[in-house]
Design a binder for this molecule. Sequence first.
Ligand code: ATP
Ligand code: MG
Length: 684
Amino acid sequence: MLENSLSSLNESQKEAAQHIDGSLLILAGAGSGKTKTITTRLAYLISIGIDPSSILTLTFTNKAATEMRERAYSMIDTTIVNTPPLLCTFHKFGLLFLKFHMSELGRKNNFIIIDTDDKKRILKSIDKEITTSLLVSEISKYKNTLISPSEAKTAAQLKIYQQIADIYEKYEAYLLKNNLVDFDDLLLLPYKILEKNEELAKQISQKYQYVMVDEYQDTNELQYKLLRKLCLTHNNLCVVGDDDQSIYGWRGATIKNILNFSEHFENTKVVKLENNYRSTNIILNHANQLIEHNRDRLGKKLIGTRKEGDSIKVYESSDENEETRKITDDIKKLIASGESAKDIAILFRVNALSRSLEEGFNKAGLNYKLIGGMKFYERAEIKDLIAYFRILTNTTDNFSLKRVINKPKRGIGKTTIDKLDAKSLELKKPIFNILEDFEPDELAAIVGKKNSRTLKVFMASIMDLRDTMEESKMKFLDTFEDTFDYRASYDNVPDGFDRQANIDEFYGYIRDYFIQNPHLNLEDFLNEIALESEQGELTDQAVSMMSIHSSKGLEYKHLFIIGLEEGFFPIIGDGSDIEEERRLGYVAITRAMDTLTLSFVHSRFYKGKRTSLLKSRFLSESGLIKGSLTIEKTSSYKKGDLVQHKIFGMGRVQKATKAGKDYKLTINFGGTRRDILSSFVEKI
Ligand code: ATP
Ligand code: MG
């Protein structure tokens, strides 16, 4: 089996896949088989007898990890695999690590992972003045560059940065007190632990003798440092990457990690791959033309290996509705011609663009799957349920308790919550314990008699539910509904139907999780979905829609990229980086295998108003539009195509031969054959 896989690689790929000890850098452009090569290497290492559990492969998305595992397994005799190799995202690895070693920081391992939305709420509760998104990104930057709150305070010169550092300190204290961890902590805390405990670092490094990383161009300083720890006792790190696809600069990813790899890890073997196996030549050429406008690049060779292919289509529409109509029409035709929906994707730079697409798809009755962007787990009703379940597993979670204390409504207002908060702070005791431990009279002294009674009833229900959960994971959802009538609270309210559908879907998902994983508990489930919610899954038979960031490493036979307008793609203005935007363009185009359609509109409805737009510079930079005005005639023709001629009407193509930019067509117009140049007809 493996022999076949190895023989399907070219010489350089084979050399890399069979490399065993020592550091290895595979540096190559899009679609050159980097991921395929390290997948084969994983299978190769196992096949020569290396213990699978000593191999760690890190990827950026869950989907990439799953795919890689399936492919590697298909290459080897899996009966010889006792413990499977660990193949996961950096964040998942961090989570697994913390589950075992959180106690090194004096913290319990029943922590809860918070998502971006939670993070914003916490920051808002600490400070209402400074823009939350600024706080989110600045604090994330501090964490990813290992700057502690006190260091941030010392370094802060401007008043605003002193304030941010102060909020950062409070935020960290809040997380600690409620035993919460944010996404950055999933990398930062493992690093801190390994930094503190050299012995443990050695042990972990001994455990993972072979480490591989896909998409290394998007790692940041902290990830690099973590990798150093993992490779403390050996040098067996293999990374693959492409400087032209570095698209997480805004999150602190640094291309320096690739550029300096050979210095960071001694005796590095460097392998370059120069053939692109993914895209047709036409697609590849336009991608190359675009990226050549960047100055700051290593400049690699990428040679096409596939046929010329169909020319790229460019759609010009007056607005987003027309754009959507054209695309849904095309997709219907593709599916009618036998293509599978899962081979089709639509990409956009700005998430908000998905809304009109979704509407259009619903109208057209097309199945779609939105990856990233809209997040199931960020819907209010689902977040409420998650908050309920969190307090069942973690009584110190004030944050979640406050979210559901009045849901469904039980007459507990903000003033009462503030009083409880103050008391919790004063006594250094979670609200949960105050509600549970205080006698009704004592509680009444804080929140009044009526509230005290309500809260005591609420607590009794929660405690009962905890007991039920211990007894039966399956039963507890029913008990939860019987007690709180949460689902029923959406009866007869506007959009209640959708919300109840979401709730049902969520309950179904939990039940299924427990059936599939009988040994796992609610807390495992909560952590699992916290990671999943950042990405969504990609399994259904549906057309995929996603941001370009989410499309990294993926490939689709038929690809549409929408929103090619200045301001939308590239995003222009404060903090945007045109070279990174162009790399995003390169990533987007190189996802396409067979056909590619780009689309721009004259105006979009955005943020409450209709805005006129100019087409993206990327269209001319990639050679798709000459100058800035005319659109290249982009249709290709073949026998059987239907065409429309202004005078002769509708006809069917009998023969098509390329003639310069055009096609020479022989067309049958209702029995009369005529030879006509393609620029005089419209393709239907
Ligand atoms: P990206 O930079 O976008 O992540 P990549 O370098 O990881 O791309 P892969 O996804 O591994 O590239 O491969 C791209 C496509 O080319 C896949 O469909 C893969 O199966 C195919 N491919 C790779 N190597 C070969 C080869 N030697 N012969 C034929 N097909 C190949
Ligand atoms: Mg790849």
